[in-house]
Design a protein around this ligand. Structure first.
Ligand code: GDP
Length: 438
């Protein structure tokens, strides 16, 4: 029996979904522990090519239970849409469960998201506009609505009515009414239509009710049965609410501490933490990214790596591997080992750069870790070490000796810089394109 947390070691989009899909074959339970439908986990397997936003990546393995943990915030309409899409592709969602304590994303949350982003102007965070941050704000402010509330229609009606009184005041604060040309006007009307919201959410609650469980009890039973449990993270350490590059962070905790909280599992029961890192760096949204490339190498990484957001389609910012950021993540998350993804994307480079430290051009100071201040971080420059490329196609490699010597040297160097072993190397999105090192 083992409990494995699969955690993003960079800025998100490291390929966690693909790693979970790979590991899920012998799991009993897969749990998403944080975030909402801002996540986008791409999974390519014999069933097809899927973009999962809420549903855990274990859903493709028949017989495996998949739980949306209490730490996830759930838009039930979006969830039903995702389940419909999966059903159409022949993927059965009977084994999908939803923790009753999970909070709801209400229609006013995406609206607040957009109003706040507009207010921030040039300082916008670049959120996905799905209302995830505002849903977590309501959770922490102790006024959120939860999955369990959908099962109590009268109380739910009253809670929506109370919430909307406040939302109308908030909207009036941000928004000058009487601007009919404003693109947010229809969204405001929709997000404050009390009767329609109550009807739609209660109907969704009815449809989802057979999937709602006491998440902790389900986890407990799986632990007792000795099942393998996978904890599926979203985003990565550099977007962690406490440890990421604040304020360019998500509103939950992607690191293993967040996994314990958001899945309802004692921290001491996590046996192994697998960090997922891309062989280079990408990020979506705003904030400092020291190794970002705005030249042909950046374009090459984006095109070869198909670096466009799963949820939003936005082009991802791309750059060389940042060993400082990954080391920071290793210290926080305590990885047992790292799964290095997308090595194949580097197949055509003559020279590959790795950021081994940062340098502050103002003071000349060398940084070996990530500073707390985003404005300090924004001015730090990467200190690079150059490694030779391998200029060969690695996509057909299935075992370590199949990799060219330069690719092996690159992986070994990243391993030394991270201070933990690289246990998995992936050379393509398909299930079998995974090299497992002993
Ligand atoms: P997640 O949110 O961490 O699950 O990551 P995403 O799904 O947003 O992004 C990872 C993308 O890379 C997906 O499109 C995967 O299909 C793809 N991918 C994962 N591993 C590899 C790999 O080793 N090579 C290539 N070329 N693509 C990969």
């Amino acid at each position: 029996m083992s409990v494995i947390a699969v955690v993003g070691a960079q800025w998100g989009d490291e390929g966690k979904g693909r790693v979970v899909d790979y590991l899920a074959a012998d799991a009993g339970l897969v749990i998403r522990y944080g975030g909402g439908n801002n996540a986008g986990h791409t999974v390519v397997n014999p069933h097809g090519h899927f973009k999962l936003h809420l549903v855990p990546s274990g859903i493709f393995h028949p017989g495996i239970r998949n739980l949306l943990g209490n730490g996830v915030v759930i838009n039930p309409i979006a969830l039903l849409g995702e389940m419909d899409g999966l059903a159409t592709a022949g993927v059965d969602c009977q084994n999908l469960f939803i923790a009753d304590r999970a909070h709801l994303v209400m229609p006013w949350h995406p609206l607040i998201d957009q109003l706040e982003e507009r207010e921030r102007g040039a300082a916008r965070l670049g959120t996905t506009s799905r209302g995830i941050g505002p849903a977590y704000v309501d959770k922490v402010a102790r006024r959120g609505l939860r999955i369990v509330d959908l099962l109590e229609p009268e109380a739910f009606r009253r809670s929506v009515s109370t919430a909307l009184e406040r939302i109308r005041r908030t909207v009036a604060d941000y928004y000058r009414a009487g601007d009919p040309g404003d693109e947010l006007a229809p969204l405001i009307a929709e997000a404050t239509d009390e009767a329609a919201i109550v009807d739609a959410y209660l109907a969704a609650g009815e449809q989802l009710s057979s999937h709602v469980v006491d998440g902790q009890a389900m986890v407990d039973a799986a632990l007792d049965a000795g099942d393998r449990i996978l904890l599926e993270g979203q985003l990565g350490t550099m977007r962690d609410i406490d440890w990421g590059v604040y304020p360019f962070v998500t509103s939950s905790s992607p690191i293993p501490g967040g996994a314990s909280l958001g899945a309802g599992l004692p921290a001491v029961r996590i046996d192994r933490v697998l960090g997922v890192a891309k062989a280079y760096t990408t990020a979506v949204g705003a904030g400092p990214l020291p190794t970002e490339l705005t030249d042909v190498d950046g374009d090459e990484l984006r095109e070869r790596g198909v670096e466009y957001g799963t949820s939003t389609g936005r082009p991802r910012r791309c750059g060389w591997y940042d060993a400082v950021a990954v080391r920071f993540s290793v210290r926080l998350a305590g990885y047992s080992s790292i799964a290095l993804t997308k090595l194949d994307v580097l197949d055509r480079f003559e020279r590959i750069r790795v950021c081994v430290a940062y340098r502050d051009p103002q003071s000349g100071r060398r940084w070996e870790t990530v500073p707390a201040s985003a404005s300090v971080y924004a001015r730090l420059e990467p200190v690079y070490e150059d490694l030779p490329g391998w200029n060969a196609d690695t996509r057909a490699a299935r075992s370590w000796p199949d990799l060219p010597p330069e690719a092996q040297a690159y992986v070994r160097r990243l391993e030394a810089l991270a201070g933990v072993p690289v246990s998995h190397v992936s050379v393509g999105p398909e299930r079998e394109q995974m090299i497992v090192r002993a």
